[in-house]
Design a protein around this ligand. Structure first.
Ligand SMILES: CN(C)C(=N)NCCC[C@H](N)C(=O)O
Length: 318
């Protein structure tokens, strides 16, 4: 099952052809069994074939195998069972508290510095949208730095298509989050843990500005002047803020995930721009919207609850 060859910009004939594989990118190898990440045998003969057909949002964005979300989900369920949907989740769950504390802490404190008003005073003296945007961008930039290693590990684990805990099934390259982090550190050093971090910062810096502006704008629209927004308003405004930010973030989310799959020995992209141009050349402009529906559907409930918790915590402790 050979996929479209990717020829990085400016290099039409690479010394060794690089292909999009079931795990994102890979090189031609002599013995596919040695490395299940780079297997190029004929589809009907290959015993790993079924494994290529599994995926998740990350896979939808980094692989060309799937026809869409439904196709992707059906294949994950068939080949990896329900467990396939939870791959790479333990690290993101463990990191949510840290990453959100950095985001909301930096946002609130930057707003405090820019406007010299505390959270309580902000309803009476609402900050300007420029200040909200700048504070959001600052929060997004710093949270991206904390998020980078956790996100990299999530992307690498979610791109492994081997069914979990099945005797006799091929061994995945990474046995879990800690093994994944240790392997990246051993093979690529400290900087390896920050692969794709630039794309992540480019994704999160402006979109967090959009996130907080949308939230504040909607709250102001539906709240009488000087009053705190109701819980229903916070839930709806938070949900739509999540959707707006993810719609804006999806193009760079795709690029970020592809850069994160780019390993040290399997370097495909020269940088963020190269990745963008190569992806558009191979797959058209639609590549930037891969996973936008899933991202948005997930964003509403997640961010509704996030903002409700943020508002309540500030009211109790602020
Ligand atoms: C990259 N973008 C758009 C965002 N991170 N947007 C803000 C939502 C953050 C929230 N933790 C979430 O995962 O939805």
């Amino acid at each position: 099952m050979i996929k479209t060859p990717i020829f990085p910009l400016g290099r039409r004939k690479p010394r060794q052809a690089v292909f999009l594989t079931h795990t994102g990118v890979g090189e031609v190898v002599n013995n596919p069994g040695e490395n299940s990440q780079a297997c190029f045998c004929k589809p009907r003969q290959c015993r790993w074939r079924s494994l290529w057909l599994a995926g998740s949002l990350v896979r939808l964005q980094t692989q060309t195998t799937y026809r869409g979300i439904v196709d992707c989900m059906v294949k994950i369920y068939r080949h990896e069972s329900l467990l396939g949907f939870f791959k790479g989740m333990s690290f993101p769950i463990a990191s949510i508290a840290v990453v959100n504390s950095v985001l909301f802490g930096v946002y609130s404190n930057t707003l405090l510095v820019l406007t010299a008003t505390s959270h309580q005073e902000r309803r009476a003296q609402p900050p300007s949208y420029t200040h909200i945007f700048l504070a959001g961008c600052t929060g997004g930039f710093l949270q991206a730095y904390c998020l980078a290693p956790f996100d990299l590990i999530k992307v690498r684990l979610q791109n492994q298509t081997e069914p979990m805990a099945q005797p006799g099934s091929p061994q995945p390259q990474y046995r879990g989050p800690v093994h994944c982090a240790a392997s990246i550190f051993r093979e690529e050093g400290y900087r390896g843990l920050f692969r794709g971090a630039w794309a992540l910062m480019l994704r999160d810096t402006p979109t967090m500005g959009i996130y907080f502006i949308t939230y504040e704008g909607l709250c102001r629209q539906y709240t009488p002047e000087g009053q705190n927004p109701s819980s229903a308003t916070v839930l709806v405004a938070g949900g739509f803020a999540g959707i707006a930010s993810w719609v804006a973030a999806t193009p760079l989310d795709v690029i970020k995930s592809r850069m994160q799959m780019d390993g040290l020995r399997r370097r495909v992209y020269q940088g963020v721009l190269d990745c963008m141009v190569s992806s558009v050349r191979q797959e058209g402009l639609g590549v930037f919207f891969r996973g936008v529906t899933i991202n948005s559907a997930r964003a509403f409930p997640v961010n509704a609850v996030t903002f409700l918790s943020y508002e309540y915590l500030l009211r109790w402790w602020g």
